[in-house]
Ligand binder design. Sequence first.
Ligand code: AMP
Ligand code: MG
Length: 346
Amino acid sequence: MSTFDTEILYADPEEFDGAVAAAVEQLRAGEVVALPTETVYGLGANALDESAVAKVFEVKERPSFDPLIVHVGRNEQVREICDLSPELGDVVDQLIAAFWPGALTLVLPKKDNISDLVTSGQPTVAVRMSGHPVMRAICCELGQPIAAPSANRFGRISPTSANAVEKELGGRIPLIIDGGACNAGVESTIIRVELGEKRPELHLLRAGPVVKEDLQKIGKVIRPKKVRKLEEAPGQLESHYAPATPLYFFDKPEDFVPDPNLSYGLLSYRGSEKEGYINLHDWDVVEELSPGKGKLPEAAVRLFYAMRQLDESGVDVIVAEPVAEAGVGVAINDRLRRAGAKTRMA
Ligand code: AMP
Ligand code: MG
């Protein structure tokens, strides 16, 4: 892997055009660049340049069985990379009208110009249009789709700030575009779109900021059954988004039995006694996702930041408290469960 003196360019209003141009220049040269989106920071490469896409896997240390999400800047680009029948195209247009630009990724039949490396050999490609103005401008200016998975090393905490990207990938990439903190905070919702008999079928592959209640307006939301083989549902990896510190996600506070020799940090939803975790132990550190009343969108925005803070605090163990299983809370609990999966299995 090449090493770089990683440059960070802040895309504030005065520097916006310069930052966009610098990113596009690197992408045209076949390099990978960290880019802001509303969900988490992405590691972008020209999706039609196979050697650039290969660098994404190398820099992330991502196994090639885990496919990448492709970002577009204009609606028409979907049909340049996806093979849509008129009927499926109608459903896709409805989804685009309702949710794009935004945090919804559509898994659709791919065209030949998208290589097997991007899709891990699958006949489908995952597409989305980000609502982040900097990402949109870069996609439009480049004029080609951008493959951009999250800008972290594989299996680790997703970055929601340029600073977090630098910690993950500093020295491995030439450029980070700083577009501020991500305002959705968890990765996009992913659905596989199928026609279905009466209504479109939207198979929920990953919970995210666009919630089931919203999707139901367009089609029937189907949660896939437990995944048997990894290749059947990439990205549904049990262990993911994990801090280096062991993390335990307890559904019930009673399940927590502290070891007196260890120090503990609590990742609390709102720091309230009601959940029963805050008074359970004399925690060394507490990070609250949404102090006070508890607002799920705020908890989502702070989730990965708070996880990182606890990881860096030096505690031996992190204990995570579940949030309300509603709206974007479904996605938050999903990430917490996966962050704890390795610890549970060990
Ligand atoms: P990320 O992990 O944020 O880099 O997002 C990439 C994720 O998108 C993968 O882990 C998969 O879950 C999903 N994905 C990408 N392409 C496909 C596809 N063709 N079929 C199903 N899921 C996909
Ligand atoms: Mg990821």
